[in-house]
Design a protein around this ligand. Structure first.
Ligand code: C2E
Ligand code: MG
Ligand code: MG
Length: 369
């Protein structure tokens, strides 16, 4: 008896292009394979080998690497409708793994993704996106010295969703542009009202997606906000991925965009520093005001003397370059003490305060700023 699998291949290279641009650009082929009965592991290993063997294309005199992915759907007994199987294999091919089997949970994810996309626009109009605030603090005095704005989606249809569920999707379909703009405006309004109501005004940082670096009209839109509000007390958080372009011109463009934002009066934070390649040339090219050290570095330092030295040197480097240094993700007093010993001045993490809705943060500010 033959086991039948529908296998969809998709190029990661093209998929990333799809994520950055539009679905039509996805290079895609579908192959139906009939195999002798094999175990899942055996099929995974064989397919991974097949993908590796075919991932180079000859373009003129050049060899271009086009990594491929495969999704597999088992037809079963009695066999599933072949069109449905190919569709499910296609869903699996867009999963995380190089070779992925279709599963019910993958299907649920796809259904959720489709649902989120259909609801995103009306969710913005209905004000279902909420800005929550996580306090930042001085590690010596334990006073609140600022906050990070973090978005949440309180959906009437889908329930409460943290950003991990929707940011990547909105980056791939472009909706993040409007969402980030909305969040930033909410924070600017918060700062204005805090000043009017006699609340302590502390700097608040707002995450900016890497998508903006290539967005037409981004700077003009930011200028429009400045004309209505002020950049006073607003920091923009960017991660290294905003500059992670193989193309030199694109990278230069991102650097120029950040320089322009800084010239407009926004303070610039390098978010998740130490989590990726930590391209040190960015410290020279960008007008950075704040270094936000990634939680992974803090965790690694707990168990290793050498990592502790790396952490300490990174904090010193930030200070030597005139930056404020803040460490993210502090959960224990031991971590807080370690950071104090390393000379870190500021922190953010569950130990001091979790992200909280606006009203709760106002009370927090009154008590802790
Ligand atoms: P991020 O900017 O690095 O934000 C820090 C994340 O760490 C937040 O997750 C925060 O809740 C979490 N965190 C804070 N303290 C601790 C701690 O002590 N322990 C642990 N384990 N985690 C801690 P959150 O709110 O789920 O946000 C995840 C990511 O989503 C953010 O990472 C940011 O990259 C993105 N994001 C959030 N809001 C926005 C937004 O408005 N726009 C854009 N473009 N991205 C956003
Ligand atoms: Mg951040
Ligand atoms: Mg971060």
């Amino acid at each position: 008896m033959l086991a039948i699998f529908a296998i969809a291949f998709v190029s990661i290279f093209a998929f990333w292009r799809y994520r950055a641009m539009r679905r039509e650009n996805e290079a895609h082929m579908q192959i139906l394979c009939l195999t002798h009965p094999v175990t899942r592991d055996e099929l995974s290993v064989r397919l991974a080998g097949l993908l590796r063997a075919n991932e180079y294309l000859e373009v003129g005199s050049m060899l271009v690497r086009v990594p491929l992915k495969a999704g597999i759907c088992y037809l079963g007994e009695p066999p599933k409708d072949i069109r449905a199987a190919i569709n499910d294999a296609d869903i699996a091919a867009h999963g995380e793994e190089t070779v992925q089997f279709f599963s019910g949970s993958l299907q649920q994810e796809t259904v959720l993704t489709t649902r989120m996309e259909s609801l995103q626009r009306q969710a913005l109009e209905r004000q279902e996106f909420q800005v929550w605030y996580q306090p930042k603090y001085d590690l010596r005095t334990r006073r609140c010295i600022g906050a990070e704005a973090l978005v949440r989606w309180q959906s009437a249809e889908l329930g409460f969703l943290p950003p991990g569920k929707f940011i990547a999707l909105f980056e791939s379909n472009g909706f993040i542009s409007d969402l980030d703009f909305y969040n930033l405006e909410q924070v600017m309004m918060f700062q204005r009202e805090a000043a009017e109501n006699g609340l302590p005004v502390v700097p608040i940082s707002v995450n900016q997606s890497r998508v903006h670096m290539r967005e037409q009209g981004y700077l003009a839109r930011m200028q429009g906000l400045i004309d209505r509000y002020t950049t006073q007390g607003i920091e923009l958080e960017l991660t290294e991925t905003a500059f992670d372009f193989a193309d030199h011109a694109l990278r230069e463009h991102s650097v120029a965009v950040v320089a322009a934002l800084h010239a407009m009066g926004f303070a610039i934070d390098m978010d998740d520093f130490g989590s990726g390649y930590s391209d040190l040339s960015l410290l020279n090219q960008l007008p950075l005001d704040v270094m936000k050290i990634d939680r992974s570095l803090l965790l690694a330092s707990e168990g290793s003397e050498r990592m502790c030295i790396v952490l300490q040197q990174m904090i010193d480097l930030g200070h030597a370059l005139g930056m404020k240094v803040i460490c993210e993700g502090i959960e224990t007093e031991a971590q807080e003490n370690l950071l104090r010993r390393c000379g870190c001045e500021y922190g953010q993490g569950y130990l001091y305060g979790k992200p909280m809705p606006r009203a709760e943060f106002e009370t927090f500010l009154r008590q802790h700023a």
